[in-house]
Write a protein that binds this ligand. Structure first.
Ligand code: KIV
Ligand code: ZN
Length: 511
């Protein structure tokens, strides 16, 4: 059995420090509920001294979590902060005070303006002071990533003796390389007396895009807690993403000697919830939870995934609560992907028909970045209409504008294979197109109704036109046409109605 790695979620504290991501107490409670559903071990609920809102959030989340998670309040190494955190945490069944101060030369000299001895004294004092309130005290050595290793070991040794239950080693500025950070954690694990009874925690930032790698290097070298946030929210470039750490531990648990108790099927829901509440969009190519995390676009990949999902996917989307592998149909998609998707939508074609369908698909794909299901449905319906056609509109060219006279040139082929090109002017482009078509067709239809709607998404959407045309005997016929160009859709709809009119008249004569 591998070691249990505790997941310490700080979405509500460090995550909230993302510029623009602030949340009110009610919103934090909704997220906390989802964190409990995920079965995280620890929830850092806020920084109680910082504002009445943070104080209330810690109080309420303490109440909500009950025995299900440790609830943490952050403090500086300042008595007033610790008093306030203890007060806010009085509602929690499993309270933890998270206190500490900077330990790097930069923090000592520039921010705190103290020497090393005073730093150790303050560290010990804040741990002892917090211990007066709660048994569970986590000490953070801020900017440990840039600290002198011997001094870091000295501080950690002192706080372990003072009673810290967890020691947090943050790479606050995301400066380290994974191997170096791993050695830092190993040094602490090897050199600090009594550390075996204390949990080493890692808290890493993503300034060089390595937050997850740093955290895992920490785990590999002795850390038993990882501090992270949903979607990697956090100061500047963010914190370690919870979903990445959890899934990496799930895939590489043996090598890392660790597992978590997180319910991975709740990860996607958690990601969407946090994104919706904070307004922080998840980048499409974000690992695990990005919109493209299980989307396949190139024909070669699509073919591979359709044959066996694991050719191009290391995670089953269902394991993280995602809808499933997605085949993105675009101009790069191959026949296999199109045939597969059409099959899923209930359309099958013999090889010859499929060739035609594929050519039409490529025409649409050339005009659009992505071909959606609605485009495919519309394409298939359009084709059905054409296969039962007396007349087919091959081409339509329209010029219009102010002060131009709307003029249309239509190319129409009839069922005998004869093609005619006609030209007409009208009151508008649609009227001109209809008049040009009227010169070819053998029946007359009176346009009664005309409506247009967009059937797909985006600026390049397909527009579907529906018309009602009345035959000379008063019978109404409906026609539909779809195209990216709504004047072409209108002309197709008109031709479709005319075809129905002719086919109905023929079947009446035959009866
Ligand atoms: O990044 C950091 O060092 C922190 C501490 C307050 C734990 O967020
Ligand atoms: Zn941080």
């Amino acid at each position: 059995m591998t070691r249990k790695i505790a997941i310490f979620d700080t979405t509500l504290r460090d995550g909230e420090q993302s510029p623009g991501a602030s949340m009110n107490t009610e919103e934090k409670l909704v997220i906390a509920q989802q964190l409990l559903r995920l079965h995280v071990d620890v929830i850092e609920a806020g920084f109680p001294v910082s504002s009445p809102g943070d104080f209330r959030s810690v109080q309420e989340i303490g109440r909500l979590a009950g025995d299900d998670a440790v609830v943490v309040g952050l403090t500086r190494a300042v008595e007033r902060d610790i008093d306030r955190a203890a007060e806010a945490l009085s509602t929690a069944r499993r309270p933890r005070i998270h206190t500490g101060l900077g330990v790097s030369p930069q923090h000592l000299a520039e921010k705190l303006r103290i020497g090393e001895d005073e730093c150790v004294e303050r560290a010990v004092h804040c741990v002892r002071y917090a211990k007066r309130y709660v048994q569970d005290v986590e000490f953070y050595a801020e900017d440990a990533g840039r600290a002198d290793q011997a001094f870091l070991e000295r501080v950690i040794q002192a706080v372990v003796r003072a009673g810290a239950t967890v020691v947090n080693i943050p790479d606050t500025t995301g400066y380290q390389l994974p191997d170096d950070f791993g050695r830092r954690i190993r040094g602490l694990a090897d050199n600090v007396c009594g550390i075996e009874d204390v949990t080493i925690s890692v808290h890493t930032h993503n300034d060089l895009g390595m937050a997850t790698a740093l955290a895992l290097a920490g785990v590999k070298n002795g850390a038993r807690q990882v501090e992270c946030t949903i979607n990697g929210l956090g100061e500047r470039a963010g914190n370690t993403a919870l979903e990445e750490v959890v899934m990496a531990l799930r895939m590489h648990g043996e090598e890392l000697d660790g597992h978590t108790d997180v319910v991975t099927t709740e990860l996607t829901r958690a990601s969407r919830l946090v994104s919706r509440i904070t307004g922080m969009q998840v980048q499409a190519n974000k690992a695990i939870v990005g919109a493209n995390a299980f989307a396949h676009s190139s024909g070669i990949h699509q073919d591979g995934v359709l044959k066996a999902r694991d050719t191009y996917e290391i995670i089953d989307p269902a394991d993280v609560g995602a809808a499933g592998s997605e085949i993105v149909l675009s101009a790069r998609s191959g026949r296999a992907a199109l045939r597969h998707r059409l099959g899923e939508l209930g359309h099958s074609f013999d090889d010859q028909d499929f060739d035609e369908v594929y050519q039409r698909f490529l025409e649409i794909a050339d005009q659009k970045k992505e071909v959606f299901d609605e485009d495919l449905e519309s394409m298939v319906q359009e084709r059905d209409r054409e296969t039962r056609a007396v007349y087919v509109l091959d081409a339509l060219q329209v010029s219009c504008g102010d002060p131009l006279v709307p003029t249309a040139t239509a190319t129409v082929t009839d069922e005998t294979g004869a093609t005619r090109v006609t030209c007409a002017t009208g009151t508008g482009p649609v009227d001109a197109a209809y008049r040009a078509i009227d010169q070819v067709v053998t029946v007359h239809g009176d346009l009664q109704e005309f409506s247009v709607k967009s059937v797909t998404r985006g600026i390049d959407a397909i527009g579907e036109v529906t018309v009602r045309v009345q035959a000379d005997d008063g019978t109404p016929f409906t026609g539909r046409g779809a195209d990216n160009d709504i004047v072409v859709s209108s002309a197709k709809a008109y031709v479709n109605a005319i075809n129905r009119m002719i086919l109905t008249a023929r079947s009446r004569q035959e009866a």
